[in-house]
Structure formats: C-alpha cells, structure tokens
Write a protein that binds this ligand. Sequence first.
Ligand SMILES: [Zn+2]
Length: 380
Amino acid sequence: MTYRSDPVECQEILARLEELVSYESPSRDKIALDRLGARLAAMLGSAGGLVEVVPNSQGGDHLIARFPFPGSDAIRPALVLGHFDTVWPHGTLARLPFRLEDDGRAYGPGIYDMKAGLAIFLHCMENARIHPPPRPVWALLTSDEEIGSPTSRSLIEELARQCAFALVLEPPLADGGLKTARKGVGRFRLDVAGKAAHAGVAPQEGRSAIVELAHQILRIQDFQDPGAGTTTNVGVIQGGTTTNVVPASASADIDVRVATAAEALRIESALRAILPATEGTRVTVSGGFNRPPMERSPAIASLFEQARRIAEKLGLPLTEGSTGGGSDGNFTAALGLPTLDGLGARGAGAHADNEHIVVESLGERARLLAALLNELKVES
Ligand SMILES: [Zn+2]
C-alpha cells in the first residue's frame, strides 16, 4: 500500500498556511510576533486547546495549548514543539510573496521553517476530536527559536520534564525522514588586545592584534575533529583602524558544532585554555554552547522504530538521519526525553529565497502526526 494524500485535505491545510505566511514574524519584533501569536492562539483555541499566553518582555509572547482528551489525564502528555518566528526581516513578503506553482510547490518566507509544521499540527488537532489520542497533547509554540531560544529554553525544559515524549514540527530531511540526532551549537568570541603604534615611525613599539588573531584562527581550525562530527567555523573577523596603525584590537566570532556532549566539553576547554602566540598580546574567549547536542539515545532509537512501523501501516516509508543544525529538540533530548524531530512538511530552501514546501506532503504529514500521537507508546 502506498499512501495517497487527499487533495482536499492538502488544500485546507494550504489555506491555513497561506494565512500564517501572510503574517511576517521576525524573531526580534515583539509587535509582529504578538500579532501572529494572537491569531495562532485563536486557532489553537478553536481546535480544542486550552491556551495559555506566556508573557515575554524581551520578545514575542510564547503560547502553550493543552488538549485534555477525555479520560486521558492520568498519563503523561505528549509534547509538541513549534516556533512561529522566522529568519526573514520585514518587507520580505513584498519581494517574495506567497505563491503556488504549477509543480505543486508553495513558496513564501517561513513556509518550510516552520509555518507548514504549525498548519499541519492545527489540522491534526481539529481532527483529533473525532479520534482523540490516548494521552493529553501539550503544544508549546515559541517566538525565538531562530535566535537560539534565549527566552523560551526554560519553558521548554519545564514542560519536557512533565511529558512522555516530544515531537518537533521542524522541517524533515530531504526525503521526509525524521531527525533523530542533531549537533550541539556553540557560539564563541575571541577578543585580542595588542598595542597600537605608528606603522612607519615606531612599528617596534606596537603589538599587532591582527597578527595574533591570525595565529589563533589557524589553531581554532585545528580543534576540529570531522571524524567525531566536530567543526569550528571562524565566520566573522574584525580588527584594526587604518593601514598606518599597528592594530590594537581584533576579534573573531566562532560557530562550533558537536555531535556529542563529550566533544562539547573537549572543545570548550580547548577554547578557554587558549594562550597568546605572540608576546605582548592578550586573548579573551567568551560565549559558550547555546544548544546541547541531541544524541541518538536508545530511547530515541526505539521511539523512531515505533514511528517507522506506524508510518509503514499508513503506506509511508519513513527514514531517519542526523543534521548539523540545532532546534528546540536539542533541549528536550538532552534532558533524556525521547524526541523525534522533523515532522513538518517536505520541501527545501530553509532560510533561502527558494524556501518552499511540497503541497501534497501536507495531508500525508498531518496523517503521520495524528498516527504518532495516537499510537506511540512509552513506558510510564
Ligand atoms: Zn525552524
């Protein structure tokens, strides 16, 4: 049996999705986020959720929707995670409006990451009143995932501690596969202090912060261990004032990705232990890991195996894989909560101008999510 999406169902979800895309929602714009948040709260409410708006003075308010299915209060809830902020600044819709192409793809800023996931979830909960899941469903929709979840992390962790498993509505792998491992993400900064001097009159009195930075950049490159999944990327450098001055300051911003907690510890210690390579300069390292790695634990592996069988019964082959990108699933998995990520629509182009989803995947993913909420079992 091969699953065939119901075109009417796909169009219903697409109409909802078009509306969500029409609200621009950059991560740092509270007014815009709260406007979309209010709309989402209304949608969650009419789908049967008890909605709690969690005020956030430093960004958009977050939303919790609890779906208390009859007779299901005694067992721990399923946690569904989504975010409604996007990486796109205001005005993007004027340049890249929502559009549906003849090839069955729908384009728009934030459509794939992850407004499609939200539309799929809403559709799924509207239908859940007919076939309610055996456990409560708690959805947490946050407003700051794209900037590392600074204001929602504690909320995610607080809910995760009370739930049985987590399903994350982020985009899937290219073939629709789920993400069962994600790298941890660290952001570090290296500041170098040297000594300014006239480059022609008294160069010997100066200590070049840029030369020191150059040494350090190559060292940081050497901290990588591709075999272990560890990469470092010096992505931004700054330094100096003008050509005839020995530069007194320079800095580098560094992105670090790790697949395991052990590697996170190794690389953080190595960065903190950096000493100057040239005399008379000082180096300071700041920053840290803002997402722990999501490691494919035995509990995640067995939850995926259940998911694969559930999907197979629907006629949907389901694969799994890993990605270098982080999500809020990193937080729940690091707490030991079995987590499956990548339940959004199929598509491509996250954070890029060609961002799009495959319309016929909308119905299929809604069916998959509903089946997982109905059938996944975890002990206790
Ligand atoms: Zn996302």
